[in-house]
Design a binder for this molecule. Sequence first.
Ligand SMILES: NC(=O)c1ccc[n+]([C@@H]2O[C@H](COP(=O)([O-])OP(=O)(O)OC[C@H]3O[C@@H](n4cnc5c(N)ncnc54)[C@H](O)[C@@H]3O)[C@@H](O)[C@H]2O)c1
Ligand SMILES: [Zn+2]
Length: 396
Amino acid sequence: VVTHVDEQRLRSVSEKVAARWTVSTHQPIHYEIESVPGVLDVDNLRLVDFTTDGRRLVVVDDAVAGLYRERIEHYFSSNTREFRLLTLPGGEANKNDAALDQLYAGFESFGLKRRSEPVIAIGGGVLMDTVAFASSVYRRATPYVKVPTTLIGLVDAGIGVKTGVNWKSHKNRIGSYDAPSAVFLDLSFLNTLPARHVSNGLAEILKIALIKDRDLFELLESRGPGIVRDDVDWARPDAALTSIVQRAITGMLEELEPNLREHVLERKVDYGHTFSPVIEMASLPALLHGEAVAIDMMLTTAIAHRRGYLSGEERDRVLAVNRSLGLPSTDDVLTEELLTQALEDTVAHRDGLQRTPLPRGIGQCTFVNDITSDEIATALGDIRGAAAALAGSARA
Ligand SMILES: NC(=O)c1ccc[n+]([C@@H]2O[C@H](COP(=O)([O-])OP(=O)(O)OC[C@H]3O[C@@H](n4cnc5c(N)ncnc54)[C@H](O)[C@@H]3O)[C@@H](O)[C@H]2O)c1
Ligand SMILES: [Zn+2]
């Protein structure tokens, strides 16, 4: 029985005990992104020599397996003590819990060691995001290495620390921030990438150009269309192409590095990512990620133009470059309701404010919090009108 006296004594004792602890630390993040041409050449040991243990679990999606299985098997069976290839179903629709389950089961059955056997993800953005998330939560953190094989992967998904999968119809809803042990870039993978997926990657490059790099925009204006049309040999890219890829990566990393865990929610690299997550998921699987991003960029270019942030001539240049890269500017899935809903979801994602980057001329941007439904409706009419006019002039 606790008496009144006991309570008083307890209180006086507890008042003398400090009841506050502070944990405050900085945990440095360090990883390298290295260009390694011929990363799967048997005598190129970069992919296996950065840790000492000789076991490797390699994950690819079915399309990459179809194209590269023999090379991957030859490479790892020649250069490791033991290796296993795990194949996931590809595509945005498979970026989900089921893929995670397959990965956890694969980690278990391989008997993955906790620190010394980084999982190697070879593939596009979907595969890398999924493997990176599974690794980041498996035993709370298991190291992983990214080897991007798509243009989106090389300039965007492969080089950052964001991991994740979709949850129900919500894009990248479940995810984490977790740095890879290493990233190896080999452009020659792009020699097998279908043209539509090259365009898809060019959308993220155009994003960097529009918000922070006018020179990159001009490079895309001159060299861009050829990248989609030509028979580019990505194992031997010309100077302009090399410059386009390198400027995109450098520009992206300049934005990511000081804000890796997105403590600042005004992110220039969120350009094209205000409306696109909902557009992409609503149209799944019709629009690719970069295509939804392109549509978002054209819509917000129209909004910026109506606000006087961008001249009519600049807006038309942006629309023309987007088109010349093989990217759409609108889609039938777009309605005012869908776009309003998309903006609401993004406001929650950006903690209560729109924080939407809009272009200021070409190569700079500004953040706004006051886009209205009327502006969205007008911009939608503008991009539909521009697309119809272009289609008309193409027919004529
Ligand atoms: N984590 C990030 O910071 C980040 C950044 C940008 C995009 N993403 C995500 O990336 C995804 C889009 O990336 P993606 O376009 O690479 O998608 P993806 O992984 O689906 O790859 C596109 C298609 O190309 C195939 N493929 C991959 N490499 C190939 C090659 N060398 N030759 C032929 N075919 C090949 C794939 O099997 C797939 O069918 C989206 O889910 C997006 O959310 C993430
Ligand atoms: Zn993106």
